[in-house]
Ligand binder design. Structure first.
Ligand code: NAP
Length: 300
């Protein structure tokens, strides 16, 4: 991989632009005068997201990419409801696997670069050390296996691709930080799982890493998570500490908090490839502090 010469007036198509990562990317790229950002959504078009695109529709994807001729496509669209995917496998496969397939075919035809976002849930969580990019995948849930199928389509159908696997994402949208804060409004005690380990990652930190990848050449899989690791319990404790909230957080086991989808016990990722390319994400507690300050949550 190498840094490439940056051209002016490059078009960037962002799919799923109304999601957490899509919004963070727009925030990070808003002052880049060399770029034209084209946001797409499946919903009612708005000034922010003016173009409708369902990535599961291969004809619509090809037509739009042919019309816009972007230099880079960033796929932030996904079915991210990990538990919902278990009961809606067909839809999960269409969005998480067929969607990236359609984008990969279109990117290849138009010689665009495709940056596709994937997940730590492609691993089984049985490791005791952080997963490297080349480690064996073995998803344990429908979400994880459909995301892995999406990765495989991207890798095999498109020459100029980057896959970036992230984890425990929070930004502008529904996420763990907001859930914890909402729960604390009505409860003095909150029970949180303390035997699953991962790396909480702010959408903003991930978006910055993606913009770094945008300006690089060469295909590859990257891990893109904030540095360090925590359990959900430790993550919750830090959220309340930063928010200055007096809440009792009780550690519980996965066994005590049953969910339809199986989660990996340990899905900490090692960002080897990004670091080798010269990019390091922030420590998770620093990124969380930045997020809380940005949204005026608490004051510590
Ligand atoms: N959230 C996490 O904790 C987490 C963890 C690991 C990896 N990831 C990965 O990170 C990426 C971004 O996640 P996120 O948290 O930003 O997701 P998000 O907030 O749930 O946003 C996903 C977006 O996908 C769009 N979408 C759904 N179906 C679509 C379709 N058929 N065609 C086009 N767009 C569609 C939706 O947009 P509209 O409804 O507006 O069209 C939605 O806004 C995803 O690839 C996800 O798998 C997330």
């Amino acid at each position: 991989m190498c840094r490439k010469e940056v051209k002016m007036d490059r078009r960037i198509v962002i799919t799923g632009a109304c999601g957490q990562l899509g919004r963070a990317l727009n925030q990070v790229l808003k002052d880049r005068t060399d770029l034209t950002i084209i946001n797409t959504t499946t919903r009612e078009p708005t000034a922010y997201c003016p173009i409708i695109l369902d990535i599961t529709n291969s004809v619509a994807v090809m037509n739009l990419i042919q019309e816009l001729k972007p230099e880079v496509i960033i796929n932030c669209a996904a079915h991210t409801g990990v538990d919902l995917c278990e009961s809606d496998q067909e839809r999960a496969y269409r969005i998480n696997a067929i969607g990236p397939k359609n984008l990969a075919v279109a990117a290849e035809a138009l010689e665009a670069k495709l940056i596709h976002v994937s997940t730590d849930y492609v691993f089984d969580g049985e490791s005791e050390v952080p997963y490297r990019e080349e480690d064996k995948t073995n998803p344990q849930s429908v979400y994880g296996s459909t995301k892995l199928a999406g990765e495989e389509f991207v890798r095999t159908l498109c020459e100029n691709y980057n896959i970036i696997r992230t984890a425990w994402l929070y930004g502008e949208g529904k996420n763990f930080v907001k859930t914890m804060l909402a729960l604390s409004e009505k409860n003095n005690e909150i029970r949180v799982v303390n035997d699953q380990y991962g790396s909480p990652t702010s959408a903003l930190s991930l978006a910055r890493a993606i913009t770094f990848l945008m300006d690089t050449d060469g295909p590859g899989i990257y891990h893109g998570t904030c540095e360090g690791s925590a359990t959900w319990y430790e993550f919750a404790v830090e959220i309340f500490r930063l928010a200055g909230k007096e809440v009792t957080v009780l550690p519980i086991t996965t066994e005590e908090y049953k969910t339809p989808a199986k989660r990996p016990k340990y899905s900490v990722l090692k960002n080897n490839n990004l670091k080798e390319a010269g990019y390091t994400l922030p420590f998770w507690k620093d990124a969380l502090k930045e997020y809380m300050e940005q949204y005026n949550i608490g004051g510590k």
